[in-house]
Design a binder for this molecule. Structure first.
Ligand code: LIP
Length: 276
């Protein structure tokens, strides 16, 4: 024995622990930067375009902080980030980063925005951290070892019938996509308890993990929006996927506990939620 403990999923536990510790600290630092660096009158006093510029600046600064912190400690790792970080690396580990998920909420000073960091080993997410600074919450998961919010192990909530399910969703930025998403929603809304549009996919996925939503779906989110949150949802017992039989992807993301997942995914397929 060389002292390396392999988990049931084949990754070594010491590596997972190291990646989790680094992701938590990087997310904490980025969250603090974003809270402290956000001008108080952002989105109120400034013109629309200059407000957006400030948000872009904060997005870039957050990603720079995270990639700088991680690459200093693990220089061989690769990166994929919303603001352009993209490198292969040579260690087999790749960090997938959304430096601000929920940028419009951040712009308007609504609390539901997050820093999302996932670590993938050989293409599989093994660690996920979603920090939601304005809620003072940090969600985390390690593949095969559960999802947590602080000390609380997350386990979703018992599945209601789809008609009684509270479903989160989101809308893309392009008008044509929004029109198609509105059509899907028109048919879905009368068939569920209600709909929530929180504005940050990573937070929606964590809310499924925490049992605050019975399910979530969205077309067109990016890898960095869901990499950490989907792992957290799965580790809390949710199923994740795209179209029936397909994994969760940019085309369609669905997450819900068993019992809601299947009818929701089936209905979304019928309604064509996977295309514009
Ligand atoms: C956003 C999501 C949001 C979704 C938007 C967008 P961003 O991410 O989290 O829920 O509806 O399409 O992808 O741009 O704030 O990182």
């Amino acid at each position: 024995m060389n002292g390396v403990h392999r988990t049931t999923t084949g990754t070594d536990e010491a590596l997972e622990d190291e990646l989790l510790t680094l992701a938590l600290e990087a997310a904490r630092r980025a969250g603090a930067l974003l809270v402290e660096g956000r001008p108080a009158d952002l989105g109120v006093a400034a013109t629309k375009s200059s407000s957006i510029d400030v948000v872009t600046e904060m997005d870039l600064a957050s990603e720079k902080l995270i990639t700088g912190y991680l690459s200093e400690r693990r220089p061989e790792d690769g990166f994929l980030g919303e603001e352009g970080a993209s490198s292969e690396g040579s260690s087999g580990v790749r960090w997938v980063i959304d430096p601000i998920d929920g940028t419009v909420n951040y712009l308007y000073d609504l609390p539901s925005w997050a820093v999302s960091i996932a670590a993938e080993v050989q293409g599989e997410a093994v660690v996920g951290v979603v920090a939601v600074p304005m809620r003072s919450e940090t969600f985390r998961a390690v593949r095969g070892r559960g999802a947590y919010l602080g000390e609380r192990r997350l386990a979703g909530r018992p599945s209601p019938a789809l008609e009684q399910a509270l479903i989160g969703t989101g809308f893309g930025y392009l008008a044509d996509r929004r029109a198609a998403q509105a059509e899907v929603l028109r048919s879905l809304l009368p068939r569920v308890r209600d709909i929530r549009r929180g504005g940050a996919a990573a937070v929606d996925l964590c809310d499924v993990a925490a049992g605050r939503l019975d399910g979530y779906y969205e077309r067109g989110i990016n890898h960095w929006d869901y990499a950490a949150g989907a792992l957290i949802a799965r580790e809390a017992g949710a199923l994740t996927g795209g179209r029936p039989g397909a994994p969760l992807s940019d085309d369609l993301a669905v997450a819900a506990p068993p019992g809601v997942f299947e009818p929701l995914q089936g209905l979304l397929e019928e309604l064509g939620a996977w295309h514009d």
